[in-house]
Design a protein around this ligand. Structure first.
Ligand SMILES: *Cc1c(COP(=O)(O)O)cnc(C)c1O
Ligand SMILES: [Zn+2]
Length: 390
């Protein structure tokens, strides 16, 4: 399969860089780098209908991914997750076309598999042999699986109070786990320092260009599953924002290719009321977020007080006509029960938070009854049984 990756682009100033070396953030601005493709060439060589005939994992979108040869991907079969119509919940909420993208069936149980598979595969192609990674839990779970499969070294930096299931994944796969006193930001500082010291590549959220590429395939899959149409609204539980930024980028590419028509979906960011830097910044009309100082939430994926790509998240929300909503942990855990009892979906709390957010948006008159709405269930509830009482 041909590779159409053409260059990297600084998301701050637009400067172009070659994509032939291992690189983290942009040298010009120290900001997020986006991978850019020769979409014109791609579009003239590939028909979208060919993708539907391929195996269903995320490498179906190989031409829109950065690997020189997708056959070299370090893969566990990530992607190809169901888009489920929530008929009962939708009827209760007055929405005819309410869907959930169930990322819980990915390898290691979360959508982190997509981003990590893309990033590790590409870094390997460019010569990396070892990695560091700060993680609230699930990114580590994914990274250790892919590093084991690819035969690479990995050092993980995780807050001491991360879920037991995530720590145990590290034990299982034999990755070096460093427990950190503090939050994800502190883990990030240690991860970067150790990477520098050992010549490892740091996989921190959006501090390298390719995790977002893996995650954009979630959006491309949604479009394909909707018969190459775009939904009206994506409701996304937002921590570091990779999935939201990635999906938006994926939709932009599909629109540029002419593979879908119409308008960019609106994006709604859901955060926890105990850690809502993006919600506050969006409400204040700001283009960057203040760090959240007093983090009070048990929803691990949302415990990100300061997102490196805050400016990109806020840009997506604003340009798409979207919004940001904070929800309470107790309601979120309640929504885990509701999703399981009404639709049989064992969702992670982050995913369940999108249902709470959806109800809020309906109450605020921000969703029409005939709109196509997609809740992003970013992971499996089986990693979070400690939140469920008997
Ligand atoms: C990491 C994570 C999130 C947050 O994802 P971002 O793309 O970093 O915003 C949400 N849910 C789960 C289950 C996660 O592991
Ligand atoms: Zn720049």
């Amino acid at each position: 399969m041909a590779c159409y990756l053409s260059h990297l682009e600084c998301t701050e100033c637009g400067k172009m860089l070659p994509a032939d070396k291992l690189i983290g953030v942009s040298r010009c601005c120290g900001k997020v780098l986006f991978a850019r493709y020769d979409l014109e060439e791609l579009g003239s060589n590939l028909d979208r209908d060919r993708l539907a005939e391929r195996p269903g994992d995320m490498w179906r979108f190989a031409e829109l991914l950065p690997l020189a040869d997708a056959a070299d991907a370090i893969s566990l079969g990530e992607g190809g997750t169901p888009l489920l119509h929530l008929r009962k919940l939708g009827a209760m909420l007055g929405l005819r076309r309410l869907f959930i993208k169930d990322e819980g069936v990915n390898p290691t149980g979360t959508f982190k598999a997509r981003g990590i598979a893309a990033a590790i595969s590409k870094a390997c192609e460019l010569g990396a042999t070892g990695f560091t990674l700060p993680s609230a839990g699930n990114a580590a779970g994914a990274a250790l699986a892919y590093c084991a499969r690819g035969g690479m070294k990995l050092q993980v930096f995780m807050p001491r109070d991360a879920p037991e299931s995530n720590k145990k994944e590290c034990c299982l796969a034999g990755a070096q786990l460093n427990l950190v006193d503090g939050l994800i930001g502190e883990a990030g500082r240690l991860s970067a320092a150790v990477a520098k010291e050992h010549g490892f590549f740091d996989l921190a959220t959006l501090k390298e260009p390719y995790r977002a590429e893996g995650k954009k395939t979630m959006g491309m899959e949604v479009a394909l599953q909707l018969g190459w149409t775009l939904p009206d609204l994506i409701i996304y539980p937002t921590g570091g924002g990779t999935g939201l930024i990635g999906m938006h980028k994926g939709f932009e590419e599909l629109l540029a290719l002419g593979w879908v028509e119409g308008r960019m979906p609106r994006f709604a960011s859901i955060q926890s009321s105990g850690c809502q830097p993006i919600v506050k910044a969006f409400a204040a009309g700001r283009s960057v977020a203040e760090p959240w100082l007093d983090v009070q939430t048990a929803i691990d994926g949302l415990r990100v007080p300061s997102a490196f790509a805050d400016y990109l998240i806020l840009r997506v929300l604003r340009e798409s006509g979207g919004t940001a909503v904070a929800v309470d942990d107790t309601e979120t855990v309640g929504a885990m029960y509701e999703l399981a009892a009404t639709e049989g979906i064992i969702a992670c709390p982050e995913g369940a938070a999108t249902l709470v957010g959806c109800k809020r948006l309906i109450d605020d008159g921000m969703i029409d009854a005939d709109e196509t709405v997609v809740l992003m269930n970013t992971g499996s509830g089986y990693k979070y049984m400690h939140l469920v009482g008997e």
